[in-house]
Ligand binder design. Structure first.
Ligand code: ATP
Ligand code: MG
Length: 347
């Protein structure tokens, strides 16, 4: 009769052996979802829910058991302006393909008129360009390779005409697009398709305004996240046909960037500036008052893009003056000490 200690020990040994023998399952895709998510978390501020959703989708793609007759995934990013929808796809492309320029990005703004469907599908027979099968789409970027997915972004999809929207149905459903010339087909079955849209942003802004005044503000009530995503999804349903919405695998609502995110956004921008300053052997440091300055000038309605513009408008000249050895400018001052440039607003 063995002692209980021996049984426990032998179980532990068996478990260790089993672990050593089990090699991780190999996927044809080289990217590591954990690394991609880490990059996203470092570069996209205040969008935890989105990062979680993208992480799940990447794990499913990596596991490689999806349908072979559809794109790898079709995601729709909804949310107000300047919250990181387009930037997220760029960071994803850089993390997965090593270069943000490998993205096939179609700005739907440029396809707002009915006859522009030809820019996607090529010109109809008999028209100029019909023989060349030319389209705005870049087949190599869309088709990717055995070990890397293609990444496609239909940016600001609400601006596309109905014809363009219809021409995308077969892409989203069947993963294929026949060019009008009839001899060529673009294959989207190895592609992750992203679409972004501002749709519902004005309704969302009206909803937020209700909390600025009246009894909601007296009781310090906050807008509800559930209500926010319902507003966005209702607007989506009003704008797009059900068959289009039905072909989207995942709809992700981006959050508004509240003023609590400003500090992180400022830090991120300073980090980027410092990267560019490396070749001058200089580093930038923001004083607390400079950080507060940007916090007080932040407007939630315009998001990070507006903040970025303000940072560039104020910091870059101050920095340039400091580098050019002339530290006094109108609104900001800079002090240089041992290659450290400290920038503060003028009192
Ligand atoms: N959440 C965020 N974290 C870090 N930077 C952000 C974030 N959101 C936006 N930015 C910065 O702001 C700029 C604009 O972002 P982006 O283009 O992604 O906005 P968007 O949500 O697509 O807005 P729009 O609907 O107007 O196109 C980018 O340069 C990006 O670096
Ligand atoms: Mg955008």
């Amino acid at each position: 009769m063995p002692f209980i200690n021996d049984v426990v020990k032998s179980n532990q040994e068996n478990l260790a052996k089993a672990k050593a023998n089990s090699t991780p399952r190999l996927s044809r895709f080289l990217f590591k979802p954990e690394n991609v998510i880490k990059n996203l978390s470092n570069q996209i501020i205040g969008q935890k829910q989105m990062i979680h959703a993208v992480g799940e989708v990447l794990q499913v793609i990596k596991a490689d058991f999806g349908s072979e007759s559809r794109p790898l995934s079709v995601m729709m990013f909804l949310g107000p302006t300047g919250v990181g929808k387009t930037e997220t796809v760029k960071v994803l492309t850089e993390s997965i393909l090593g270069d943000a320029d490998k993205l096939c990005r179609i700005d739907m703004n440029t396809l707002s008129q009915e006859h522009y469907a030809a820019s996607i599908t090529g010109a109809p027979p008999g028209y100029v360009g019909s023989k060349e099968n030319t389209s705005l789409l870049k087949p190599e970027a869309i088709e990717g390779s055995f070990s890397r997915p293609g990444i496609v972004l239909f940016d600001e999809i609400e601006k596309a005409s109905k014809n363009v929207e219809r021409s995308l149905l077969s892409v989203l459903d069947d993963g294929r697009l026949d060019l009008t010339g009839g001899t060529k087909q673009i294959n989207f079955r190895n592609a992750i398709i992203f679409m972004t849209s501002n749709i519902g942003a004005s309704e969302l802004s009206a909803y937020h305004k209700k909390f600025d005044t009246g009894w909601r503000s007296i009781f310090k009530w906050k807008p509800s996240k559930k209500m926010e995503s319902e507003i966005l999804k209702n607007a989506l349903e009003k704008k797009f046909d059900p068959e289009f919405i039905n072909r989207i695998d995942r709809i992700v609502c981006f959050d508004r960037l509240e003023s609590s995110s400003v500090q992180d956004l400022v830090k991120l921008n300073v980090k980027r500036l410092n990267k560019r300053l490396r070749k001058h052997n200089a580093t930038l440091q923001l004083s607390k008052s400079a950080e507060d300055f940007f916090k007080s000038h932040y407007d939630e309605q315009y998001g990070a893009r507006d903040l970025e513009r303000k940072i560039i408008a104020h910091l870059e000249p101050a920095l340039a003056f400091a580098l050019n050895a002339n530290p006094e400018i109108e609104t900001f001052t800079s002090k240089c000490r041992k290659n450290k440039i400290c920038i503060s607003p003028k009192l």
